[in-house]
Design a protein around this ligand. Structure first.
Ligand code: XMP
Ligand code: MG
Length: 180
């Protein structure tokens, strides 16, 4: 695929639609096996994870539920620092097998702050499925149970991920061009 321009920046093709879809089918098959006989609850994190969550969910055969939340981050008191709250978390998580669905884990800060809050709701189990992971950038101790692709520490867009609001509709994933 040819490079694309979004706002002021150029992006090179990185993961093709076929590569993404093939990997998602593999992840879905793995989740089907791991959750056989259970009824996992997928919690997609908006906005970025909407496409990945949809395609992952379509490929599952295990009985499952899906719900979406938004994470809002604001400055708390000096002692609490930045606080993350979930908007739209209306499900009862007690005793549920929860799988959080993210588009990308970069520094890991978002999930490192949010997962303990989910644990407070006493799920039976809590796992993470992320389409992308930047291992070189991650500074928090997170167990990522299902990872689509480990990628270099470069900004990416497409397939749900945006650059300043645009690019989410792209079917491929693009990487910020070196010579941009
Ligand atoms: P942390 O650092 O908390 O970041 O793991 C997670 C959130 O930051 C956004 N993010 C990106 N968005 N291209 C994007 O479009 C990227 O390369 C990128 N890296 C991080 C994203 O919203 C993610 O949920
Ligand atoms: Mg996100």
């Amino acid at each position: 695929m040819a490079p694309i321009k979004l706002h002021d920046k150029t992006f090179d093709s990185y993961l093709s639609e076929d590569t993404i879809q093939t990997r998602i089918r593999e992840l879905a098959a793995q989740i089907d096996r791991d959750y056989a006989g259970k009824r996992p609850l997928f919690i997609g994190i908006l906005n970025g994870a909407f496409m990945f969550a949809a395609d992952l969910f379509k490929n599952l055969t295990v009985e499952a539920e899906v719900s979406f939340i938004k994470l809002a981050s604001y400055s708390g008191t000096k002692s609490t620092g930045r606080v993350i709250t979930a908007i739209g978390l209306d499900q009862d998580l007690i005793g549920r097998d929860v799988i959080v669905v993210e588009d990308i884990v970069d520094t890991g800060k978002t999930l490192a702050e949010f997962l303990p809050q989910l644990q407070h709701n006493q799920p039976a189990s809590l796992r993470i499925a992320t389409l992308l992971h930047k291992p070189e950038a991650t500074q928090f101790d997170l167990t990522l149970d299902y990872v689509g692709f480990a990628i270099p520490n470069k900004f990416v867009v497409g397939y749900g991920l945006d650059y300043d609001g645009i690019g989410r509709n792209l079917r491929e994933i693009y990487q910020l061009s070196e010579n941009a």
